[in-house]
Ligand binder design. Structure first.
Ligand SMILES: Nc1ncnc2c1ncn2[C@@H]1O[C@H](COP(=O)(O)OP(=O)(O)OP(=O)(O)O)[C@@H](O)[C@H]1O
Ligand SMILES: [Mg+2]
Length: 365
């Protein structure tokens, strides 16, 4: 399962957010380094299409897809050189597929800030610098080991070296990740390499309760937003504390509470949805009277491999996939009508599965 790591300075609200997202009760407390070992939680990805599909197919149940969130210990300045158990915590970040970076944007003199003062841009830069320094160290260790491969013209070695040199150059010149240019082969290599500064990334602005109604009145949030905008990163405004309180209420109370803050939807759903997008994930559906179920695949996956997500036999014995797009189904009203209109396609091995496809795999083993 793909995972998103919650990363940031100590005592900024990471565990509070984790508890809200995963409905857990891990220790969230007003002192730095409350979290040492990573906490792992699995969450369902909400998708409005599931309700619609289960009505059309009169399905007995709905099974959404899921992703994993990991609450990681706080990083401090000097983490990459071992400060505050930094190396251990950085190794936890290495294992996640994407990073949700929590940045404190709330004033509260009772809650300790490790740098003494609220300053989201400085905080952001501290964390990003530590990730870069950690990468630089691993790049410098790796490069000499690649020399032999490069000398004997082993292709993988040459591609990896080229990627590492580009990233090293970017870090040493304080450049932007968004300015890096990789060819297709290098991109494939990047995905295998686990460099921290290249992981997909989003920012979560942790706001005071009073700023929820209109986050743009909060100067910290605006600073963060304009900085993020420049590098093409999303900022999600949220109050981890409020979300945590909401997550502990039942349905009706939740709605009442959200209305009182002027919230239309839970910020957590946005975090989960954006996280899913960030990972380049798409959804296809299988539907029938038993269940309507969402399956996660990576953008660009072909039909047999998508079938293999359900069962390896489906991939091994793949023949064809009966495919209907969600849009065509909804426009037609029922699967029968969609079929009559010629909207149900028989796709073969080279078909690239699209988000929202409803699929029925024909296979033979
Ligand atoms: N939006 C917010 N407004 C006010 N207080 C908050 C907010 N978010 C979190 N807090 C409070 O901040 C404190 C620290 O929260 P939490 O333990 O979640 O931080 P953390 O980032 O996990 O810290 P650590 O790195 O030490 O594990 C808690 O007392 C929590 O209630
Ligand atoms: Mg914590």
């Amino acid at each position: 399962m793909l995972s998103i790591g919650i990363v940031g300075l100590p005592n900024v609200g990471k565990s509070t957010l984790f508890n809200a997202i995963t409905k857990s009760q891990v220790l969230a407390a007003n002192y730095p380094f409350a979290t040492i070992d990573p906490n792992v939680g699995v969450v369902q990805v909400k998708d409005e299409r599931l309700e619609v599909l289960s009505k059309i197919y009169k399905s007995g149940k709905i099974i959404p897809t899921a992703i994993e969130f990991i609450d990681i210990a706080g990083l401090v300045k000097g983490a990459a050189s071992g400060e505050g158990l930094g190396n251990q915590f950085l190794s936890h970040i290495r294992q996640v597929d994407a990073i949700a970076h929590v940045i404190r944007c709330f004033d509260d003199t009772n809650i300790t800030h490790v740098e003494g003062k609220i300053d989201p841009i400085r905080d952001l830069e501290i964390i990003e610098l530590e990730l870069r320094l950690a990468d630089l160290e691993s790049i410098d260790k790796r490069l000499p080991r690649l020399e032999k491969l490069v000398k004997t013209k082993v292709k993988e070695g040459m591609i990896e070296q080229s990627v590492l040199l580009k990233v090293k150059h970017m870090i040493e010149n304080d450049g932007l990740v968004s300015d890096l240019v990789f060819d297709d082969e290098e991109l494939k290599m990047v995905k295998l390499m686990n460099l921290l500064c290249l992981k997909p990334n989003l920012y979560i602005a942790n706001l005071a309760e009073s700023d929820l109604v209109d986050p743009t009145k909060n100067a910290y949030f605006n600073q963060l937003k304009s900085k993020a905008h420049g590098v093409g990163i999303d900022v999600i405004p949220i109050s981890a504390q409020v979300e945590y309180e909401i997550s502990n209420l039942d349905g009706d109370d939740q709605l009442f509470f959200m209305e009182s803050y002027g919230l239309k939807e839970s910020g957590l759903d946005t975090v989960i949805k954006k996280g899913y997008e960030l990972l380049g994930l798409k959804t296809y559906f299988t539907c029938g009277p038993m269940e309507t179920r969402a399956w996660t695949f990576k953008e660009g996956t072909k039909a047999p491999q998508a079938a293999g997500i359900i069962h390896t036999d489906f991939e091994r014995g793949f023949i064809k996939a009966e495919t209907l797009s969600y849009k065509d189904l909804v426009e037609s009203g029922t699967p029968q009508l969609a079929k009559e209109r010629g909207k149900v396609r028989l796709e073969g091995k080279e078909y690239i599965v699209q988000d929202g496809d409803i699929m029925l795999f024909r296979f033979n083993v």
